[in-house]
Design a protein around this ligand. Sequence first.
Ligand code: SGN
Ligand code: CA
Length: 525
Amino acid sequence: MSEKLNRRDFLKLTAVGTLSLPQVFSSLSCRRPGSRPNIIFILSDDHACQAISAYGSRLIQTPHLDRLAQEGIRFDCSFATNSICAPSRASILTGQYSHQHGVIDNSLEMKSQEGTFPVLFKKSGYQTALVGKWHLKATPVGFDYFSILPGQGHYYNPEFIERDRKYEEHGYVTDIITEKCLAWIKKRDKSKPFFLFMNHKAPHRNWMPGPETLRLFRNEDLPVPETFFDDYRTRCEAARSQEMRIADHAYLSYDLKLFPLNAGEINEQEKTGLAYWNSVYNRLTDEQKKTWEEAYRDENEEFRRKKLEGQELALWKYQRYIKDYLRCIASVDLSVGRLLDFLDKEGLASNTLVIYASDQGFFLGEHGWFDKRFMYEPSIRFPLLIRYPDGVERKVDQKHLVLNVDLAPTLLDMAGLPVPAYMQGKSFKDILEGNEVSDWRDSFYYHYYEYPAVHSVKRHYGVRTSRYKLIHFYHDIDCWEFYDLQADPQEVHNVYNQPDYQKVKDQLMKELNRLKTELGVKPEI
Ligand code: SGN
Ligand code: CA
């Protein structure tokens, strides 16, 4: 694609619209009875619902993800039980909460991979593959083939680890992961069903867009969240002591792509940022660097001319942050489009379940923040789109609280495999199939442990129902918050001390204790 392409051209080029809805339905209705579906699970890293047009994004059009939503089911109440990468991924794999699988934060290794759903799929005769971000330290178990990024991986010219080699690929990580996945599907053993775990690095920090999308959103001002200048007035200290404010904690070079930095711009904080920046930018080839320099130069020069301060400076930082984040997503969206087209061409769409999810949500400037971790909505809610071609009424589910721990049981159930008792999540196959489900959960337990650590978000746990949320911050603090999500969807009024809410607060406190007992949460954690 030409680098000069503007956003409108880009959207036109990538727009769906080749199949009308009735065509889609009829082309999807030929799965052989009794055959086990193939499963492709696309898991992106830190993709917030606010950045998908099917979820009503004010920021970006994602035509290919929207296609998946239209042809499948969009879950509006899907939540991570610990909003951070490795713990959430371990929950997805095991169907267990953090305290049960043991990966309570990003530093820990999974005790065992023996019970993960890919292992069970493989044992039952599925061919299994894993491509992209893994982040679980131990060598993956349960995959016939894997090609993973070491740790967080790199956006440009990334290294990959396979069973017997480590090597570097040239190009942009989202494109490479896509190529690898399509290649694996092509050369699979066609006599067996397959499970492919396609794990994108994007749109994780430091939000480095690919060459195709680097120039999107230029000359546009994107909407700023209403809570961007939140003063945290009613909240516990945790909201003030975090280190994830766009205005204060995003590095000028590494995060905001102000490069090269002038000597006067390098203070103590920026020294750290610059070291990170050099480690990622120096991976680029001279040609890739040239494309980057051309893409950012004019705006960076203009920024320096303006000498912004205070709120104006914070807003400039927000614009730069959000544009790069969304540019990364535009590539993920293109990848989804390529995959869906490929499935059509290969005649696989009719018996392949396609799931799109993220390991958690992300703050896109809400409360002034980037990152996740907090038990507030933008962080814990993750996108969940599922296209299951046969026998499923396509719709939106706005009601059921589904969790990352439910994904393993659901996938096993969909493949006709038993759900082991050690999995704490529940299969939502009936919800997917449009059946009436009378005994679904009406609350869930959340627990975040990674403190002290990067971003300084204090440890906390809590319970969320469809309307209320109770949170307790602990460790070096002892403070409660309570939100009425109906009256206060932005979660800016902590009403923990308001007498009007006493009764419902007591109910939630009871529910929290009930969940802790049911899930076997040890009091000392
Ligand atoms: C890195 C990032 C953090 C991020 C964590 C966890 N810093 O440490 O901003 O919160 O990963 O992210 S960076 O300088 O390395 O980009 S997670 O998605 O893996 O949990
Ligand atoms: Ca993540």
